[in-house]
Design a protein around this ligand. Structure first.
Ligand SMILES: Nc1nc2c(ncn2[C@@H]2O[C@H](COP(=O)(O)OP(=O)(O)OP(=O)(O)O)[C@@H](O)[C@H]2O)c(=O)[nH]1
Ligand SMILES: [Mg+2]
Length: 442
């Protein structure tokens, strides 16, 4: 989503870095390009203005200008200010002191309320909660059915009534059900409209009164750009939101909504939706998104995913190997398999520094095939070759090609990738990568 913006910003920083000492003129020229890049990404103009003014003021500080690496200082400032407009700290769900805690999903039609309600329930259950989903969208019978089906798939209870019931009644009955089930969270799906209108707001206000929710979460479609920002402002003024969930962040929107909505509406972004599946929901971290935009890769998110996927034993062993830089192709294969379990490769790749470029070169849908090929090649190697790929010469390569049904180029590519990875590991050992990447296998 942030690729174009990210590319443009990198090129501005590269130019600044190549200059060494910077003058006010250099900074203004750099900032002019930053401003254009942000506007092109559909970021709200007020946000852009405020942001560039702050970066400019801080960059012109003599300490920055006279430092040995002014460009890097400026990148640091841009990073901090980006985090600022994205909301500074991570904003968590507010749980009630007296469970069940109650979250009400609101949003325009098609913004992702129902899907997100189910995702949220799954997220909560994974963190040890007992969620109950409530189908209070009685405008479309299919909407109730949709939530019931999602609940069945995830094995999460759903409270629903006939479509003729009033949503506020459904909600009050659902609260009884929650007590009966000893649920710790109640997540209520409500009806959307194409546009914000009076009947919807009246209904939401009624439901809110019955529920007295701890969280009123607006699902906003990140693909709709500044319309999403306007919707957030309006919903907030009518039903007092406690949080935003930006959905469809996996789409190819330019990112303007994500970069403006917190600043304009004043409501924190709590989660982002990154796919249609039930586990495609992530807590929102302003600092991680900022470093992703600045091309530093979202290492922390990656680590969390890795932590959830690798098992402990395997993790310990890998950590030892990373520490001693004795990773071999066998490990490479098991890592690739584990990474695949974490989600689509392109999504994972986007989170790693330097890899987004690489990910772009991977044609969509070839990942599965690619992995199979890699598997076949590694399986066609002798244990010695897997352990010490350096010994693979022309004749060994020909044997592997025959055994795996691939081409010599495939083998070379694999060996190159492997060498790259080893280099990365070695850099990590020398402390060039953030310490946290070492925690990835813990
Ligand atoms: N790619 C992608 N699709 C999403 C995401 N969240 C929701 N969707 C899709 O968006 C469509 C609409 O989602 P719903 O959850 O039904 O939206 P809704 O707000 O409940 O819609 P109404 O009930 O009609 O108002 C569905 O096809 C979802 O699969 C996301 O994060 N990424
Ligand atoms: Mg719905």
């Amino acid at each position: 989503m942030f690729e174009i913006l990210s590319d443009k910003l990198s090129s501005v920083f590269r130019k600044l870095s190549s200059k060494g000492k910077l003058t006010e003129k250099d900074i203004d020229e750099g900032l002019r390009q930053v401003r254009l890049a942000l506007l092109e990404a559909d970021v709200n103009f007020k946000v852009v203005k405020d942001f560039t003014a702050r970066v400019r003021e801080r960059s012109l500080d003599t300490e920055v200008l006279q430092s040995l690496t002014p460009a890097q200082q400026i990148i640091k400032i841009v990073n901090e200010e980006l985090i600022g407009i994205l909301g500074k700290e991570q904003s968590q769900l507010a749980a009630s002191a007296h469970p069940p805690s109650i979250a009400m999903m609101v949003g325009l039609q098609g913004s992702g309320k129902t899907t997100t309600a189910a995702k949220l329930a799954l997220h909560l259950r994974r963190s040890g909660q007992r969620p109950l989903l409530v189908a209070a969208d009685n405008r479309r019978p299919a909407a109730i059915e949709q939530l019931v089906t999602l609940g069945k798939q995830l094995d999460i209870p759903v409270y629903s009534e006939a479509p003729s019931a009033k949503s506020k009644d459904i909600c009050s009955h659902a609260l009884n059900k929650a007590k009966e089930l000893a649920a710790t969270w109640v997540i209520v799906d409500t009806a959307g409209r194409l546009h914000i209108d009076e009947p919807m707001m009246v209904e939401l206000a009624q439901v809110k009164q019955v529920l007295n929710p701890d969280e009123v979460l607006l699902a906003v479609d990140a693909m709709t750009g500044q319309d999403a920002v306007r919707a957030a402002e309006e919903f907030h003024s009518r039903v007092s939101l406690t949080g935003l969930i930006l959905t469809k962040m996996d789409g190819d929107a330019r990112g303007g909504a994500a970069l403006s909505i917190r600043w304009v509406s004043g409501v924190p972004i709590k989660f982002i939706g990154i796919g249609e599946k039930a586990d495609a929901l992530e807590p929102f971290y302003p600092n991680r998104l900022a470093s992703r935009i600045l091309g530093m890769g979202d290492i922390l998110t990656f680590i969390e995913k890795a932590e959830a996927t690798f098992d402990q034993q395997q993790a310990k062993e890998l950590e030892r190997k990373v520490r001693t830089a004795s990773l071999d192709l066998e490990d490479f294969l098991s890592q690739l398999r584990a990474i695949k379990k974490m989600g689509p490769l392109s999504q994972i790749a986007e989170m790693l520094p330097g890899i987004p470029q690489l990910a772009k070169q991977l044609p969509e849908g070839t990942q599965e095939k690619q992995l199979k090929k890699i598997e076949a090649m590694i399986l066609s190697m002798t244990p010695e070759e897997r352990h010490n790929p350096g010994i693979i010469d022309g004749s060994r390569r020909r044997r592997i090609v025959r055994g795996s049904g691939t081409t010599p180029q495939d083998i070379n590519q694999l060996l190159n990738q492997f060498r790259q990875m080893q280099k990365l590991m070695k850099m990590g050992i020398k402390g060039k990568l953030p310490k946290n990447i070492m925690g990835m296998f813990r």
